[in-house]
Design a binder for this molecule. Structure first.
Ligand code: AMP
Ligand code: MN
Ligand code: ZN
Length: 941
């Protein structure tokens, strides 16, 4: 009896405990579900180290990996020739025997995380004939994985290279890995060789793989742990290899592990080579190469080098994973056909979705959604987000019970941010998978996308080439023709562009300004209203959209000028096709010219900056670029500066011989900058003939004299616009502060480069009088000329992204990809950027105008800025301001002919010219003669 009661109590307690555990578990789950936001991507709040990478060679798109290009390489491997040469004729020089290798591992190593430390490593490697290498990889929180650490050991030193911090710089090690004269020792190099290609375009040539040597020697084992133990008496904890190698700082234990992995390799190689030689001698009755064991090990090793990294290509996304799941589902019985077609379909959909999401978020498949969760979802087909959530959590916790090591969040943050999408994959069996995926992609990365764009996923929509894969799979693509898919992909790519670069808010606020008698004076933006309001010059009369009434009498009314243009509201649509969802500002008069206009002529800006959708923008810009070329030919003024030379007198510098003999003076600014940059960054490590070649280019800028380090630094700054210069200075940061101050040419009047005119490109007399600066000496005439001619322009540079989310480099790549000829001009920080200055209407403006932008910064010499300056100067000199007006009319004509716009505001006119009131600040004192304008018309039409 008593016993029974005891059991009863025990059971009750146990069940209560079980219930409460279940309850709290569910509570926790529910709480977690609530925390799961379906509207914003988890990545917004969880930055990952790879997001700081600027250059990513293997992105997550479905397109094949691009290998490095090298001259004379025929196949896909850039060093095929060098490696096959080694295979046919191995270098029998793995002679480590006379090298003093230290078996003792000291605790010290060199941690390499800055560029200068990396340069020191490069310097050290340039003296070595062999070094040992190992790499550590991170693959859980990345789609393709990335190299988190490279360990390099020389005879003297162990280096641990932080390849996360130095991701974009590591390529300076390329030459050492590719040098057939330097032997690289790895253990089990197959993966490392691929990873180095994938992340850094590092190709290994001349490899000695200690694992291959073990094979040749028929060792009982070929693991590194075995070799470390047998040859070095060192035990290692191989569990550490699965640790998260992204951690910084790395725990001491992991640092030690990493150092150990490479440190002993040279010593082990030395022992193994000795054994290989020994074996060779024992088999010396046969002098055949086949029995030269050292050569055989070398051949096997270098065969590894010949492999090329490729991205896995599937006939539909997630195909391989789906087949492996089918096998698991089968549990050994029946064929795939024994799984219901509904389940098969679901598994395929979920695998495809997982594949796409992993690429978008740069996560591994396992991290996004486990195989067991896919199976559970396919079996249960949950009907709402909560069910999806619990199904996944349950499936993962069941497996977790068996495998304690797994501690991944379940469901993953990816699933949490996209729960409704998962549900759609499961519930919707009508839609074609291709469409669902593209819809998902557009939702994530599209116009109102929720997930961040990074170098890893930005090409995803543009390059998704699923359409190429459908032949092999009837299931996915039976309804979709190749063309449809390509169009959809193209559209996704364009949408992405629109999302990133179109105006984020309406350009025209259409605020109104009334005169104190209630008559409308103009439309303008909010800022202008505030200007009047804060100064108590006006009162607010309406709220939405806001309108003010001036409290003073303006000197004149728009009607007096007979120009309706300034008193109409403007629509936020593409003036060409009427598209209202996205638009960018377009400058009808290219800024390379406009920036040089006299102040009073710049005030037409609201007339000559219009809104265009991305597509129309592209068309207009292409037409404008073409017309620039025409102008260049017509006026004989080249679009780019051909040559620059230092205008300083060559100072007599101690230690420099005057070697200015027979030297071609002057050099293209682009060539100059590239050469100076390469010398400054890679000078010490580049081959000497190349270095000499580059040095001679820079010397041409300095009139052929010998150049110093300081000259190089100065050459780098030639022709930089202030913005480029600031960026440059920032980048150099500390190193600049620490080195002795270099003179920045913009502070020094004598250091303007002289712009040389290449007489071959134009008629010499014309050039003379068109440009007014014909030779090095002419330019010397003054700082004044230099200052005014070098005015900032954004024409030739890719636009800066206003939302800062994307790297400049990435941007130019996108843009180049999407459109090989045209560019979007940026507006935010441009002096002509404000479209909303209709208020510049002279009558209102009198006495209250906002200060006009001062164009005294300098243009990049690499752009069209100098061309623009010369054209404008010529027009002003020959035809006065009317020449400029006519010039503007020509550009408006070009614009109209390119687009035939249907939605231009009323009053917009090719012939538009703004007359200024008698009292206008812009009213020119003397009017230029009209016959000048007639003449220019004759001349150019
Ligand atoms: P190792 O060649 O031992 O230096 O390993 C290099 C990298 O391969 C490690 O950083 C891991 O990312 C990966 N790796 C090697 N073995 C395993 C394993 N058994 N499980 C997971 N990852 C591994
Ligand atoms: Mn390792
Ligand atoms: Zn349009």
């Amino acid at each position: 009896m008593e016993k029974k009661a005891k059991i009863k109590i025990a059971i009750t307690i146990a069940s209560l405990a079980a219930i409460s555990i279940l309850f709290t578990r569910q509570q926790r789950r529910r709480r977690k579900l609530n925390q799961c936001s379906q509207y914003s991507c988890y990545l917004q709040s969880e930055p990952k180290p790879q997001h700081n990478f600027k250059r990513v060679l293997a992105d997550n798109s479905y397109s094949p990996f691009k290998h490095a290009n090298k001259e004379k390489s025929s196949g896909s491997h850039p060093y095929e020739l060098e490696i096959t040469a080694l295979l046919e004729n191995p270098r029998p020089e793995f002679d480590f025997s006379n090298v003093d290798l230290d078996l003792q591992r000291s605790d010290s190593f060199v941690w390499v995380e800055t560029k200068s430390q990396l340069n020191e490593l490069a310097n050290a490697l340039s003296k070595e004939f062999f070094f040992a290498v190992d790499t550590e990889q991170h693959s859980l929180r990345s789609f393709l994985g990335f190299t988190a650490l490279i360990q390099i050991s020389t005879e003297k030193e162990d280096y641990l290279v932080d390849t996360i911090a130095l991701h974009d710089e590591i390529s300076i090690l390329q030459p050492f890995f590719a040098d057939p004269g330097v032997c690289k020792v790895f253990h089990g190099s197959d993966n490392d060789v691929m990873w180095l290609q994938r992340d850094f375009h590092i190709y290994v040539v001349n490899l000695f793989d200690t694992a291959k040597a073990c094979e040749v020697l028929s060792k009982p084992q070929k693991s590194l742990a075995y070799l470390l133990e047998t040859y070095c008496g060192v035990a290692t904890n191989k569990f550490l290899q699965r640790e998260d190698w992204r951690q910084r700082p790395l725990p001491a234990e992991m640092l030690q592990y990493a150092q150990t992995d490479a440190h002993y390799l040279l010593y082990i190689a030395k022992c193994l080579v000795a054994e290989l030689k020994q074996q060779g001698n024992e088999n010396s009755y046969c002098p055949d190469d086949k029995f030269n064991f050292v050569l055989e090990a070398s051949r096997r090793s270098n065969t590894v080098c010949l492999q090329v990294y490729t991205k896995e290509i599937e006939s539909y996304p997630g195909e391989a994973a789906a087949s492996s799941i089918f096998f698991r589902l089968l549990n050994g019985q029946g064929g795939v056909s024994s799984i219901s077609s509904v389940t098969q379909d679901l598994v395929r959909r979920l695998c495809a979705w997982r594949d796409l999401m992993a690429r978008v978020h740069d996560e591994s498949l396992r991290f996004v959604l486990s195989d067991q969760a896919i199976i559970a979802l396919a079996n249960k087909a949950p009907a709402n987000p909560t069910d999806v959530y619990t199904t996944i959590a349950q499936a993962d916790s069941d497996v977790d019970c068996l495998n304690l090591s797994s501690s991944l969040p379940s469901p993953s943050p990816v699933v949490c941010s996209h729960l409704d999408d998962v549900e759609r994959q499961v519930c919707n069996n009508v839609e074609n998978l291709d469409d669902i995926l593209l819809a998902n992609l557009q939702k994530c990365l599209g116009p109102n996308g929720s997930c961040p764009l990074s170098v890893f996923n930005y090409v995803l929509p543009a390059k998704s080439n699923w359409e190429l894969k459908n032949q092999s799979n009837k299931f996915v693509y039976k309804q979709n023709g190749v063309k449809v898919s390509r169009q959809v992909a193209k559209k996704a790519s364009r949408d992405l562009f629109v999302q990133k670069f179109s105006c984020k808010s309406p350009v025209y606020h259409n605020c109104r300004i009334y005169a104190n008698d209630g008559r409308l004076l103009c439309y303008c933006d909010r800022k202008k209203l505030e200007w009047y309001l804060t100064r108590d010059l006006a009162k607010l009369v309406e709220d939405n959209p806001p309108a003010i009434m001036l409290l003073f009498e303006p000197k004149g009314r728009p009607e007096d000028e007979g120009n309706e243009f300034y008193i109409q509201s403007k629509k936020n649509i593409c003036v060409s096709c009427g598209e209202g969802n996205h638009y960018l500002r377009y400058r009808i008069i290219p800024s390379c010219y406009r920036i040089h206009f006299p102040e009073q002529l710049k005030s037409h800006r609201s007339h000559d900056i219009v809104l265009l959708c991305v597509d129309c923008h592209e068309v207009a810009h292409a037409a404008a670029e073409k017309y620039k070329k025409q102008i260049s030919a017509e006026f004989g003024i080249p679009l780019f500066i051909h040559k620059v030379a230092d205008s300083r007198k060559a100072e007599a510098r101690p230690g420099f011989s005057a070697s200015i003999t027979n030297f071609e003076a002057g050099v293209s600014p682009l060539q100059l900058r590239t050469a100076a940059m390469a010398l400054l960054h890679h000078g010490p490590t580049m081959p000497s003939n190349r270095r000499e070649e580059l040095r001679r280019i820079v010397m041409r800028y300095y009139g052929g004299r010998e150049i110093s380090q300081e000259d190089l630094e100065r050459a780098l700054l030639v022709g930089m616009s202030p913005r480029e210069r600031r960026r440059h200075a920032k980048k150099r940061g500390l190193s600049l502060k620490m080195s002795k101050p270099t003179d920045f040419p913009d502070r020094q009047q004598d250091s303007y480069p002289a712009v040389m005119v290449e007489s071959a490109t134009m008629d010499a007399t014309k050039a003379d009088n068109v440009l007014g600066l014909h030779a090095i000496e002419t330019q010397k005439s003054g700082e004044k000329e230099g200052r005014s001619s070098l005015t900032e322009s954004h024409e030739s540079k890719p636009p800066t992204c206003s939302n800062g989310g994307i790297d400049q480099l990435v941007f130019s790549t996108i843009w180049k990809k999407m459109n090989s000829t045209s560019k979007v001009s940026d507006s935010k920080d441009d002096s002509v950027g404000n479209v909303d200055d209709e208020c510049e209407n002279s009558s209102v403006q009198n006495g209250f105008g906002s200060s006009s932008p001062t164009p005294n910064s300098k243009v990049s010499l690499l752009g069209h800025g100098p061309h623009g300056k010369q054209v404008v100067d010529y027009l002003l000199r020959e035809y006065g301001e009317d020449g400029i007006r006519q010039f503007c009319q020509r550009w408006r004509q070009v614009f109209v002919e390119a687009l035939h716009p249907h939605f231009l505001p009323a009053g917009w006119d090719v012939m538009h010219r703004r007359e200024f009131g008698e009292f206008s600040v812009y009213n020119p004192a003397k009017k230029p003669a009209d016959d000048g304008a007639a003449e220019i018309n004759k001349m150019h039409h």
